[in-house]
Design a protein around this ligand. Structure first.
Ligand SMILES: [Zn+2]
Ligand SMILES: [Zn+2]
Length: 131
């Protein structure tokens, strides 16, 4: 984790932009079906405390309630997927690929490997957390 406490990020077109004024969690790769359907492949998420997360530009930010416990934020203009917002959580998850470099983050664990797609191999160098 970087000692820097300000990060910025955006979708592909820039119609959704945000900043984080605090530390970011290292990245978690998720193989679940919902992440794959949402991102087009596995999801890689960092997370920030809600009070450190600020939307700078949100004119095309849309929310999709993907399950009873969460909604997913995406750009209605370019289709970029950015956020996973779990109900009642004190953090918001941020798709790591939307951060501006350098992030200083590492991918530390992968989850829902049992739900992975059949078209790729799991990177065994990244620790697996079983449900
Ligand atoms: Zn966009
Ligand atoms: Zn997932």
């Amino acid at each position: 984790m970087l000692t820097s406490t300000r990060f910025t990020g955006s979708c592909l077109c820039g119609a959704v932009r945000y900043e984080v004024t605090g530390p970011l969690r290292d990245a978690v790769v998720c193989h679940c079906k919902m992440c794959r359907k949402s991102h087009g492949h596995i999801g890689a998420y960092t997370a920030a405390a809600r009070d450190a997360f600020h939307l700078i530009e949100s004119r095309d930010l849309k929310w999709y309630r993907s399950s009873g416990i969460a909604r997913r934020g995406f750009c209605g203009k370019c289709g970029g997927t950015l956020f996973w917002d779990g109900t009642g959580r004190h953090t918001i998850s941020i798709a790591a690929g939307t951060l501006d470099a350098p992030t200083g983050l590492r991918t530390v664990v992968q989850i829902y490997v049992e739900s992975k797609g059949d078209y790729y191999d799991v990177d065994t160098a990244i620790p697996i957390r079983r449900a």
